[in-house]
Design a binder for this molecule. Structure first.
Ligand SMILES: [Zn+2]
Length: 403
């Protein structure tokens, strides 16, 4: 397949910039990236049967911008949007709902997602279904269930996507179990959760030795820890304990930003989840999330100015308002003052580096997986082109959707 007349952005192609080039895709990989349009060789043009073959299929992309498939490093394929809430009676029903929901991310251009905790660890199974080609959905990076110390008011559904553990020994056992069940990384709750009614986001809910126990256990098995952290103390403790990715980083202080920069810790802000939509509890959520959003955007603006390498997460899910309207892109630009191109780099190249998959995805380069999206507009100059579905989505060389 040849995607012809594509606009390419230098920073996402390792140096090739053009208003009308082409990208060749063969057997699921990118095999050629050119700054010139493609011309069908005469011998093929005469042979109409050859033209029908996938390798010679030429798609005219009309000067639209071709980007690497997007990566979301913080989402949940269940729990959000009520997915899985009515499936607790049946693991098979849960698997079906989760698989169906996961495929929706492709529609919004996300070809890799990291699930940060799923009901009954179902994300591990959906990941295997994707790997075996049973469903067309993004690649998944999963943690099974997220490790959490005992907290109050965790409802019976939410309780199924966490693994309760108190004491260092219990955390070690929980981390081992999650890894044994197929987790790629270990997720912990180092601070209180905004989504739990009695959760206090600024509170540290794990002890330093418990966090260290998770890190040591993960590292022994060749993986890492991602820590849910709103409060500054939880962020600082997690960085010092060796946690690889700080999720949310909502209430981070200037001093801890400096520490994160020094230790090269990855911050994965998730601004979109603090967007409050109209609804019966709007006032409650505004009062709970509004100050958190203001603090977080101010500090992420500062982290950006410091030149920190920021990741991209949403803590939202495909199909909800935030996803379908690109709120994460919008907030990064409008509330944090980030440049359009840098936001694009965050959800592609940066995320691939952070997840350790930059040898396969995150850029348009020869030899990379053919995970590609076509966007109408110039998102590197005006990120609002990302506030809606892309025109074309290609996963591993297969067209998922074209306009
Ligand atoms: Zn989350």
């Amino acid at each position: 397949m040849i995607l012809n007349h594509v606009r390419l952005v230098r920073e996402l192609t390792s140096g090739i910039e053009t208003e009308s080039g082409f990208v060749r895709v063969q057997k699921g990989k990118i095999t050629e990236v050119s700054d010139r349009p493609y011309c069908l060789p005469d011998k093929i043009r005469e042979n109409t049967s050859a033209e029908k073959e996938e390798d010679f299929r030429v798609i005219d992309c009309k000067g639209k911008t071709l980007l690497p498939g997007l990566i979301d490093l913080h989402t949940h394929i269940t729990v959000l949007n009520q997915v899985g809430f009515d499936c607790l009676h049946s693991d098979m029903a849960l698997l079906t709902a989760a698989a169906e929901h996961t495929s929706r991310y492709l529609d919004m251009g996300f070809t890799t997602i990291r699930d940060c905790g799923s009901i009954h660890r179902v994300a591990n199974e959906v990941k295997h279904m994707v790997q075996r080609g049973l469903i067309q959905a993004p690649d998944l990076i999963t943690c099974g269930r997220a490790i959490m110390p005992t907290e109050g008011n965790v409802n019976h559904v939410m309780a199924q996507h966490v693994h309760f553990a108190d004491t260092s020994e219990e955390v070690r056992k929980a981390a081992r179990e999650e890894i044994a069940e197929g987790a790629d990384f270990v997720k912990i709750f180092a601070s209180g959760a905004a989504a739990i009614s009695t959760g206090v986001p600024k509170q540290s809910i794990m002890f330093p030795e418990e966090i260290r126990s998770a890190v040591e256990t993960a590292e022994r098995k060749g993986c890492y820890v991602a820590a849910h952290c709103h409060g500054d103390d939880a962020i600082r403790t997690s960085i010092l304990a060796g946690v690889k990715t700080i999720e949310h980083a909502t209430l981070i202080s200037d001093e801890t930003l400096e520490l994160a920069a020094e230790k090269k810790s990855w911050l994965i802000p998730t601004l979109a989840v603090m967007y409050v939509s109209d609804g019966p509890r709007k006032t409650y959520w505004e009062s709970r999330l509004g100050p958190m959003l203001r603090h977080c955007t101010e500090k992420m603006a500062k982290a950006y100015e410091m030149g920190m390498y920021l990741g991209f997460g949403t803590d939202c899910a495909a199909g909800d308002f935030c996803y379908d309207n690109g709120i994460e892109f919008q907030f990064r630009k409008e509330k944090c003052g980030m440049k359009d191109l840098d936001i694009l780099l965050q959800c592609t190249r940066n995320n691939a580096v952070i997840a350790g998959i930059d040898d396969r995805v995150g850029m348009i380069r020869k030899g990379m997986e053919a995970d590609l999206i076509l966007v109408d507009g110039k998102p590197d100059q005006d990120i609002s082109a990302m506030y809606h579905r892309p025109d074309l989505v290609v996963k591993r060389g297969h067209i998922v959707r074209e306009v």
